[in-house]
Design a protein around this ligand. Structure first.
Ligand SMILES: [Zn+2]
Length: 281
């Protein structure tokens, strides 16, 4: 490939893939921490190495518990860059599945946040997502048990029935998904998921970063790391925030494990094709 082709390739890929950044904070107030509260507070974050014009934050920005701002994800100009074939879409069947299965889920919250679009991976049953978890970062308060907490979180989602199995690899170069650690984020967040989709709303890429400390310096514990990992992997699978704080996908995470609604919502998403559920689209 000629040099000029290489120069053009990056921007074209950036135009085609829509990178979303999702970021969360686990608040530490001692009393709160005792009650196992994890506060996820998404903030707009610049996606590194991506032109700002093509970066959208899909999370609603939550300030003091209120929805303060939001982006409109479905309006971004896109060019298909994925080689995934378009999904088979039958709106009557989509609506039938939604009406039959939406009870006990928060699919409505997700569709509201995404302008009625479903984002999901293609069926990966025959080719598990290869996950690399950074094993030994040189960071203060590192706990060698943390990678196991993350792997357990992936396994917990897999056991919930997603057709997106995970396999763990030791070579980061051979991985589809990378989980890395940071000492802390400069923003009021403790975890971050960056993901990209094609214009059919197939998720095509995702990476997670998890902090070892709150923004103000207090260390997170292993239980909190697992909760943040569960929340971020939920985003990786295509879930968004829900209003009910008994679920791991609440913007302010109050629980430490998946709820029945978390699992049911994930299974419903994977019973639908990606893309809009609106009529006429
Ligand atoms: Zn989140």
């Amino acid at each position: 490939m000629r040099r000029v082709d290489l120069v053009l390739l990056g921007p074209l890929l950036a135009i085609g893939a829509w990178v979303a950044v999702q970021a969360h904070e686990l608040h530490a107030g001692s009393a709160v921490r005792q009650s196992a509260a994890a506060l996820a507070e998404p903030l707009p974050v610049s996606a590194r190495a991506m032109p700002a014009a093509f970066v959208r934050t899909i999370d609603r920005t939550v300030m003091r518990g209120r929805i303060a701002a939001g982006d409109a994800p479905a309006t971004a100009p896109e060019v298909k860059v994925s080689r995934e074939p378009p999904p088979v879409r039958d709106l009557d069947e989509i609506h039938r599945r939604l009406s039959q299965n939406e009870a006990g889920t928060y699919i409505g919250d997700i569709l509201l946040a995404r302008d009625s679009n479903v984002a999901r991976w293609p069926d990966r049953t025959a080719r598990p997502l290869r996950v690399w978890v950074q094993a030994s970062p040189i960071l203060a308060d590192w706990n060698p048990a943390y990678p196991d907490q993350v792997r357990d979180a992936f396994s917990t989602w897999e056991a919930a029935g997603a057709p997106v199995p995970f396999t763990f690899v030791v070579d980061s170069g051979a991985a589809d998904v990378h989980v890395t650690w940071v000492d802390h984020f400069d923003e009021q967040i403790s975890g971050k998921t960056m993901w990209a989709r094609d214009d059919n709303w197939w998720i095509v890429d995702a990476n997670i970063a998890i902090a070892l400390h709150h923004n103000h310096g207090e260390p997170l514990d292993a239980s909190a790391v697992r909760a943040i990992a569960l929340h971020e992997i939920g985003h990786l699978l295509g879930l968004d925030h829900c209003a009910d704080t008994t679920n791991i996908m609440a913007a302010r995470v109050r629980v430490r494990d998946l709820s029945a609604a978390d699992k049911a919502t994930m299974r419903l998403i994977y019973a639908l094709p990606p893309g809009s559920v609106k009529q006429g689209r």
